[in-house]
Every structure is written in structure tokens, then in C-alpha cells.
Design a protein around this ligand. Structure first.
Ligand SMILES: *[C@@H]1O[C@H](CO)[C@@H](O)[C@H](O)[C@H]1NC(C)=O
Length: 454
């Protein structure tokens, strides 16, 4: 009798909890101000200014001088990439950077697409804006905002932009692509005040899209771009037509999802887990814990004391390259830690990798980019956005080498209208850069489903 009563009470509590939770579907936020001065001192400036990246000779000379002054150190014998970026291979990368890398040519490539800056909440926000070329008179592309993460930049999207703006199939949607730099990253100004987190970035990007005259648009992202674009959908679900993400770690497991974590390996069918899910989710406990610790040290540093380690990286181009490019090895394929050269050039060219490093170096943004971890994790894991579901049509592209696997059941807890869940053929964390065509196809397929619903 008492047992039944207890069960009833627990069930009742769960139902009330679920009911109360379902009522809140909009994420709320208040305007911020991140400039040096106070808003009263500087009048609102809504102007949009073209931005053209320039090569400064003294910048190149300074870079070369600093590279020439580094103190190379031999890597441990046979350590490959398991102690971090292999120091012997780093010498090769640095020597390429010093002697062959052509920054002028890369800057011309960066300037191939139109860039702009505009002031929002007191800071300059930089973005790339690419319109489709071959549209009939008066027609506009379907707007799509793509948000990068750490340690990436708008440049991650340079390979995918042509697939989206100039699709070869005439039935495909021609997108008008907007790639902003997260404030504190690349050519967006860093916030001068504490507290600029993913929700603030989402609000700032909504303001940007409004300023550009879009009443509705699609949003896409991986890494921090996943959270920022998800927050955008939570802030203004009527404006975000569809949300496509290629990363979606679970934030707040509900009861079913918690049970699936505990029992999923024994009853996979009960939770709709595929063999792939089981293999990805349930390695032995030791492996799970050890791998988790091995690969998240950077996160702990950046979420607690970003400014300390950041100063070294801000002064040393070689240190910066090692710190950033190590992630382009391990997050592309965890097996790459077993290679002398981290497999870096298997998926990327040194030109593209070093261009991304140069975006951090020339803008001096490594410290402010690291601070974004502190601003997001510093408030604990119980933030309002983690409790609010996403109600806009959503799609998740699962790349096999992504650092965290998300089964469909877990994705559905957060993304209530999950229109598409695709297991991608190949690729890892930097999907847009690594597999631009595959990612573009998945975005295309998803947007067509959403457009046809109307
Ligand atoms: C938890 O989320 C899953 C996936 O969306 C859903 O099917 C299930 O009903 C949810 N469970 C509870 C108790 O809310």
C-alpha cells in the first residue's frame, strides 16, 4: 500500500514537473552594453561599414621576428600527438609559415567575399555577407546565418559558401549566407565588460539580422555556433525558420533520457538506440572517464583562468599555432593522436589552417575567445536556456568523428520538432571545413523539407 502511494506521489511530481516545464518556451533576455563607454556618452550608430582586411608589412615583419626567436624543443621520442602538439612536427609547420605561407594571397582570398562591420550593444560586430549571383531580377536568396566556434572563425565557412550560394542543382535553394564573428573572435570587437555569454551573442546576432532587413532566416552552427544558434531559436522562434546543427551535446537529461543512459546498453531497442549509438555511447567506464579527462583540460583552463595562459599565446605565434591546431588534429579524428604529424594535412591544407591561426593572431583575439568559456560555464550548468526546449523545425547532422555523440532520443528531448537526423558518411568536429559538400547537402535537404511544409 505504502509502496503504491509512494509511486503515485513520485509519478504525480514528475507530471507536474513536466507540465510546468512545458509552459516556458521562450528564452528571455535583456539588452546589454559591452562598449568601453556608457551608452549615454555614445549616440546610437546603426551604420553598416564595408570592411576590407589589409596586409600590414610591419605585422608580417613582427610575426617573422617572433617566429625566428622561438626556442624549439625536441618532442619526446615516439610521443606522436599524445603529449599535445608534436614539437618536431610543429617545427615543420612553423618553417612553412615563416618561409612559404603567403599571407597576402590568403588575405586576397578572405577579401573575395564582402565583409562588413556594424556597432551593436556598443561593440563592432564583423560579418561576411554573400548573396547568390545567378538569381532572376528582384529575387533574393534564402537567408542563412552560419555561426563558427572555438578555435575556428568565419573562415571555416569559406569552402561551404559556394555550395550554398551557387548550388549546381537547379532545384536547390540558393542561400544568402551571413557568417558573423562571435564578439571577441577574429574581427568582431571583444566585449569590454564581463558576462558576454552565448545568449548575449544570440541576441546580438538577432539584432544584426534585423538591421540587415531579414524578418525570417535559417540558422546553422557547430561547437559554440551550435549553442548560439540554438539560443537564437529559443529567443525568437518565429524568426528562426529552421535550425541546423552539427553538434548537440545533451544539457539536461530528462527521466527517459537518464534511463537511456543507465539502461541503453542492455535494452537498446527500448530507447531506439542503433548499434552505432551503443558503440559510441558505452565504451567501458574507465575509457569514458579517462578520455573525458584527457581531452578537456583546455576547457577547464578557459572556463576558469583564461587570461593567464592566454597572455603567453597572445605573445607567441608558435605557441598560438600549437594551441589552436592541436584541436584540428584531435577533433577531426581521435586516432590522429597516434600520428607523428597529427594527421593535420590529411583533411586540411596548411594554408587554410594557418589562415585561421592568422585571424586569431592579427586580431589579437585569443584571450577574448577563451573567455567565452568562462562566461558560459562560469554561471553553472543550470542556465535558463538549458531548460527550455527548441520548438522551431530543427535538424541534426551527426558526423562520425564528432567529439560527442548524440542519439536521436537525446536530440529530441531538446529539439521538439526534429525534422531531420542524419548519420553523415564521414567527418568530424570541423564539419564545414572538412566536408563542405556533405554538410551543404544536409542543410539543403532540411531547408527543402521546411519550405515545403508551408
Ligand atoms: C524525455 O524526452 C524524450 C525525447 O524527446 C521524450 O520522448 C520523453 O517523453 C521525455 N520524457 C519525459 C519524462 O519528459
Amino acid at each position: 500500500m505504502y509502496v503504491e502511494l509512494a509511486v503515485a506521489v513520485v509519478l504525480g511530481a514528475v507530471l507536474i514537473f513536466v507540465f510546468l516545464k512545458k509552459k516556458q518556451v521562450i528564452l528571455r533576455t535583456e539588452d546589454g552594453w559591452w562598449g568601453v563607454s556608457t551608452p549615454i556618452e555614445s549616440p546610437a550608430d546603426d551604420s553598416i561599414r564595408p570592411f576590407h582586411l589589409e596586409v600590414k608589412q610591419e605585422e608580417i615583419e613582427d610575426l617573422h621576428r617572433r617566429i625566428d626567436q622561438t626556442r624549439p624543443l625536441p618532442a619526446l621520442e615516439d610521443s606522436k600527438f599524445s603529449y599535445g602538439f608534436n614539437s618536431n612536427y610543429l617545427q615543420k609547420v612553423v618553417s612553412y609559415w615563416r618561409n612559404e605561407f603567403d599571407w597576402k594571397r590568403q588575405v586576397d582570398k578572405i577579401n573575395r567575399y564582402p565583409h562588413f562591420k556594424t556597432k551593436i550593444e556598443g561593440i563592432d560586430v564583423h560579418y561576411v555577407h554573400v548573396k547568390p549571383k545567378n538569381l532572376p531580377e528582384g529575387a533574393r536568396g534564402v537567408p542563412l546565418m552560419m555561426v563558427h566556434g572555438w578555435p575556428g572563425s568565419f573562415y571555416e565557412f569559406y569552402g561551404i559558401i559556394p555550395f550554398l550560394t551557387e548550388p549546381s542543382n537547379p532545384d536547390d535553394i540558393a542561400f544568402e549566407v551571413i557568417c558573423p564573428s562571435i564578439p571577441g573572435y577574429g574581427f568582431s570587437e571583444a566585449p569590454h565588460k564581463k558576462g558576454f555569454d552565448s545568449v548575449c551573442a544570440a541576441r546580438v546576432f538577432h539584432k544584426l539580422m534585423k538591421r540587415l532587413g531579414f524578418s525570417q532566416f535559417y540558422a546553422q552552427g557547430g561547437d559554440w555556433g551550435w549553442l548560439i544558434s540554438t539560443n537564437m531559436a529559443q529567443l525568437e522562434p518565429k524568426i528562426v525558420k529552421g535550425l541546423h546543427v552539427n553538434f548537440a551535446p545533451l544539457d539536461k537529461p530528462n527521466l527517459t533520457v537518464t534511463l537511456s543512459m543507465l539502461l541503453g546498453r542492455y535494452f537498446p531497442n527500448l530507447f531506439g538506440f542503433t548499434e552505432h549509438d551503443v558503440k559510441q555511447l558505452f565504451p567501458c567506464m574507465q575509457k569514458l572517464v579517462v578520455n573525458g579527462l584527457k581531452e578537456t583540460g583546455y576547457m577547464h583552463i578557459q572556463a576558469t583562468k583564461p587570461d593567464t595562459a592566454g597572455r603567453g599565446l597572445n605573445d607567441s605565434p608558435v605557441g598560438l599555432a600549437a594551441y589552436i591546431l592541436e584541436k584540428f588534429s584531435t577533433w577531426t579524428d581521435p586516432e590522429f593522436t597516434k600520428l607523428e604529424d597529427g594527421g593535420l594535412e590529411r583533411k586540411f591544407s596548411l594554408d587554410d589552417l594557418l589562415t585561421n591561426v592568422m585571424i586569431y593572431w592579427t586580431s589579437g583575439s585569443i584571450i577574448s575567445s577563451m573567455r567565452f568559456y568562462k562566461e558560459n560555464f562560469g554561471q553553472g550548468l543550470n542556465q535558463p536556456h538549458s531548460k527550455i526546449p527548441v520548438v522551431v523545425p530543427a535538424a541534426l547532422a551527426i558526423f562520425p568523428n564528432e567529439v560527442m555523440h548524440t542519439p536521436e532520443l537525446w536530440a529530441k528531448q531538446k529539439y521538439r520538432d526534429l525534422v531531420s537526423y542524419t548519420l553523415m558518411a564521414r567527418g568530424g568536429h570541423f564539419a564545414a571545413m572538412e566536408e563542405p559538400e556533405l554538410l551543404a547537402q544536409d542543410i539543403q535537404r532540411f531547408a527543402k523539407i521546411v519550405e515545403n511544409r508551408k
